[in-house]
Design a protein around this ligand. Structure first.
Ligand SMILES: [Zn+2]
Length: 98
């Protein structure tokens, strides 16, 4: 269940919060996505809100792995074994509000 959503129009939140629907949000990458093949985690990142048309914040996936690199974390490390701030949006939200 997401808490903070950088784009938070009522339709987007409703769809994200309903786990039966193939649209989601990954907070640590700041990515909104559509699941293309049910159950296979084939995800298409989306750049605009399908309901209100707003441009979504860009993905921070590259920055995420750049930030992890100096920590020498193995690429296959499970999310719940990463340093706490890299398990969710803590790492990039901290940078947004100095
Ligand atoms: Zn929207």
């Amino acid at each position: 269940m997401p808490g903070y959503l950088p784009h938070d129009c009522p339709q987007m939140r409703t769809f994200i919060e309903d786990s039966r629907l193939p649209i989601g949000y990954t907070d640590r990458f700041r990515e909104y996505w559509i699941e293309l093949v049910a159950g296979h985690r084939a995800l298409q990142v989306i750049e605009f809100c399908p309901w209100c048309g707003a441009e979504l914040p860009r993905s921070l996936r590259d920055e995420y792995f750049d930030a992890l690199e100096p920590l020498e974390v193995d690429i296959g490390t499970a999310v719940d074994e990463l340093p706490a701030e890299y398990r969710d949006d803590t790492w990039w939200r901290r940078l947004e509000s100095p």
